[in-house]
Design a protein around this ligand. Sequence first.
Ligand SMILES: Cc1ncc(COP(=O)(O)O)c(C=O)c1O
Length: 388
Amino acid sequence: MVGEPSPKPVPMLDLKRQYQGLREELVDALGRVLDTQQFILGEQVAAFERAAGEQLGVAHALGCSSGTDALWLALAGAGVGRGAGVVTAPFSFFASVSSIIRAGARPALADIDPTTFNLSADAVEAVLNGARGRSVKAILPVHLYGQCANWTALAKLGRNRGLVLVEDAAQAWGAEWEGTKAGALGDAAAFSFYPTKNLSAAGDAGMVSTNRDDVAGHVKSLRQHGMRQRYHHDELGWNARMDGFQGAVLSVKLRHIGTWNEARRGLAARYHTLFAKAGLAEAGPYPTRGVVLPREITGARHVWHQYTIRVARRNALREFLTVRGIGSEIYYPIPLHMQQALRDLDYREGDFPEAERAAREVLALPIFPELREDEQETVVTAIAEFLS
Ligand SMILES: Cc1ncc(COP(=O)(O)O)c(C=O)c1O
C-alpha cells in the first residue's frame, strides 16, 4: 500500500530548530575558544568536564573524540584488554562490539529482552555459565534508545563474579536507574555526543565518566598517547582528545539538556496516548496487527533518545511513511553477530532470536524536543491509515 505524498512532511530530526534558539549562546562560546586559541582540550573542555561530572553525579568526566573512542577508553582504562571476554548485546550500534575488539578483548554476545531491547540478565547469566563465560572479565550493557538496561540484575551478576561493568551510555544522557544517572552506575561509562544524540556536539565528540580515580587517571593517559608526563609514553594510548569547540558547544547545551529530555518524555507520553486513542496499541512484546509501543520499565527514567515501535510489516510501513514525507529509521537492521566484519566471532543466524526478530520489526519514529503536536498526529494518522 503506497499512498500520496503528505502535504505535511515530518522530519525524523530537525537540528535547525534547536539551533535557532541557541545561535547567540553558541557563537559566543565558539568565540571564547578563538579568543583563547586553545583548540585541543584546554579551558573550555575542562569547564565542560566539571559541569558534566556534576550533572551526572560522578567524580570524573573526561572529554574525548567520539563515543567510539569513549568505549575503548572506558574498557582499556578499566583494565579490560587482551584475553578478556566482554559480554554485550548483539542489538546495538557496531561500536559496542568493535570497541571491545579494539581494546584487545573478545566479545561474548548475549540476547536482548524483547520489551526493552536491552541486554537480558538471564541471557547474560547463561553466557557466563557457558563455554565462552570462563574468560569473561566485564559486562558492557548498552542503554539503548535512552533507557537504562536492568542495572539491578546486571550489577548483581557482575558483582557476584567480580566483573568490571562498563556502560554504553551513548544514547542515554540524563537517563536514570533507581535515581542514579546513567554514567554513574558502572565502573566506567561511555557517552557519544554525535550530532543526533540527546546531548550533541557540533561534530564528533564523546566522554568517559567514572567514580574510580584509578580508571580516570588511566583514561587521561590513554587519550593522550599513554602520556602522563610530556613525551614520556608509559603505554600505547591513542589520540582521543576532545577539541575546544566541542567543549564550548557542549557546555552551552548542557544547560538545556534537562528541559530537552523533559520535552522528549512529554512527546513519548503523547505518542502513547495517540496510539491508544487510535486503537492501535498492542500489549506485545511481539506485534500482530497493530503497534507495540516502547515502555519505560520499573526503575528506569527513560530519556527517549528514540521512540521505537514494533510492527509486523515494518518495511512496508516505512516505505508508506517515506512516500508521505514522514521520517523514520531502523536502529538496527542487522544484528551485530550477522555483520560481515564480525564473522570471526563464530556466531551464526539463529543464535540470538530476540535480536534478529527486533531487527525485523523495529521502527523509530520522529522524536526531538522541538517536534510539534500536529506533527505527531500526522505520524500516528499515517500509521493508522497503513494498518487499516
Ligand atoms: C549505542 C552506541 N554506542 C556507541 C556509539 C558510538 O558513538 P560515536 O558515533 O560518537 O563514535 C553510538 C553512536 O553512534 C551508539 O549509539
